[in-house]
Write a protein that binds this ligand. Structure first.
Ligand code: FE
Ligand code: FE
Ligand code: FE
Length: 164
């Protein structure tokens, strides 16, 4: 297909593949991130979000099915980069007081990437008249936003605990 023949439907499926790849990478990363932080609360939050991520991947698979495509990722290079930075930071700050601050920052970078992708995909789904897909994407979007807010709260608690 010539590039000029591509449509918004094609772009939607391309971005669906991007976020599917990102979620698969995140699922693997969260398994490791659960073991990293000093804070038990933070470890528990990652474990909860790992379970949510499994559900998000299933919703994406439902959307692939609804457009008649096999669920397939298209390597998300952005998430590879975010996770590479996260790993480097965790290595460099292992055993230090600043480790959890760095882990929270890495986790928020992940959530913000997901939020931008789901926001875009949801609006394109609505534009394309795909109400069911839009509803599923909105559920993923809300879980990412909720996780981001929880991370902000934990970052603030950490700062307050240090100040006390
Ligand atoms: Fe996610
Ligand atoms: Fe991407
Ligand atoms: Fe997430």
């Amino acid at each position: 297909m010539a590039a000029s023949d591509k449509t918004l439907d094609d772009l939607f499926v391309d971005m669906l593949k991007d976020v599917y790849s990102a979620e698969k990478q995140i699922l693997a990363a969260l398994g490791k991130m659960t073991k990293m932080p000093d804070s038990e609360k933070l470890a528990l939050a990652f474990d909860t979000h790992r379970a949510e991520t499994e559900g998000q991947i299933e919703r994406l698979e439902q959307i692939f099915a609804s457009v008649g495509k096999p669920p397939q990722g298209k390597t998300c290079a952005a998430m590879q980069g975010i996770l590479q930075e996260a790993n480097e930071m965790a290595e460099e700050f292992k055993g230090s007081d600043a480790l959890d601050a760095g882990i929270i920052a890495s986790a928020q970078a992940i959530e913000h990437y997901e939020i931008t992708r789901y926001g875009t995909l949801k609006s394109w789904a609505l534009e394309l008249g795909m109400q069911d897909a839009a509803r599923l994407l909105e559920r993923n979007l809300q879980e990412e936003k909720k996780t981001d807010q929880l991370l902000t709260k934990m970052a603030e608690e950490r700062i307050n605990a240090r100040a006390a």
